[in-house]
Design a protein around this ligand. Structure first.
Ligand code: ATP
Length: 277
């Protein structure tokens, strides 16, 4: 079964067309990343899928139901980490997570979630007293406490230090292994590459490319850059046959610093955005 099915989704704000006919399918258990520049329509799309925004047109099914009319049971299966951080209450981290656990029929264990989100040392601290990145971890804890089948993560690691990002990636992998479907919106290409089974690039309200991190935008067949040094200095060529180039170079003596670089996901992404945005 597909967790998300979207056909011809359209949404305008007044005269401004934010989403111009998006098709999207996310299989159950998949980690799917949405990439795209600011204003591309990612948040609008995810808010429609979350049932928080009305659409102008198109068919949308999320966990088998139309989010525009789905009820409480459906909502209990959905976890959401929004872009804007949770309002910091007077409560401690533990009290906040416990309070949210009470909203769900089958919540996870509060201490387990606090631990999974790297908040054990701050469990007794008021949310108000936390740093920006620590508050973001609380947002993540509140998003997963209800044991969602489908988790929406909208720029979840903004403000995280590098170690916290790695910990968060491990958390996403753990949730994914447990079977949670995850729709991730991110501006970090390394994050998309590390986590996503498949991804789509949205530009100006349309999907301009879709694939796996290694095939997106023809990445697997795109020219590679081969660089090396010899007695004449430094050299660099772009080629669709890097192996042939390396084999040729191996016949020469005095070659050093040989490197073969495939285009990064960021190279491909910037090409897609530059060409089609
Ligand atoms: P970002 O990466 O900056 O979060 P995004 O891809 O999530 O961007 P959206 O927030 O979906 O983009 O916005 C898409 C377009 O719709 C933008 O041009 C934005 O200005 C416009 N827009 C979004 N929300 C509203 C609103 N409530 N009223 C009017 N215009 C809006």
């Amino acid at each position: 079964m597909n967790a998300i099915e979207v056909r011809e989704l359209r949404k305008s704000y007044g005269d401004h067309v934010a989403v111009r006919g998006i098709d999207l399918t996310v299989a159950e258990g998949e980690v799917f990343a949405l990439l795209g520049p600011n204003g591309a329509g990612k948040t609008t799309t995810t808010e429609v899928l979350e049932g928080y925004r009305a659409r102008d047109g198109g068919d949308v099914r999320v966990l088998g139901q139309d989010p525009a009319s789905a009820g409480r049971r459906w909502r209990a299966d959905i976890g959401i980490v929004l872009q804007t951080a949770t309002d910091a209450a007077e409560l401690s981290v533990r009290e906040t997570v416990r309070q949210f656990a009470g909203y769900y029929p089958d919540p996870r264990d509060v201490e387990e979630v606090i631990d999974l989100c790297g908040l054990t040392a701050k469990a007794g601290a008021r949310v108000q007293s936390l740093s920006g990145g620590q508050r973001r971890r609380v947002d993540v804890a509140l998003g997963i406490i209800g044991r969602p089948r489908l988790l929406f993560l909208d720029e979840p690691t903004t403000g995280f230090d590098p170690e916290a990002r790695r910990q968060f990636w491990e958390l996403v992998r753990t949730l994914s292994r447990e079977g949670t479907t995850i729709l991730l919106t991110t501006h970090y290409l390394d994050e998309a590459e590390a986590l996503a089974d498949r991804l789509a690039v949205i530009a100006a309200g349309r999907i301009v490319a879709e694939g796996t991190p290694s095939t997106l935008g023809g990445r697997d067949s795109a020219p590679a850059t081969v660089s090396w040094r010899d007695g004449d200095g430094a050299h660099e060529v772009r080629t669709v046959d890097p192996i042939g180039t390396v084999v040729n170079l191996a016949r020469h003596t005095g070659i050093s610093g040989l490197q073969v670089r495939q285009p990064s996901l960021e190279d491909i992404y910037l090409d897609l955005i530059g060409a089609k945005a």
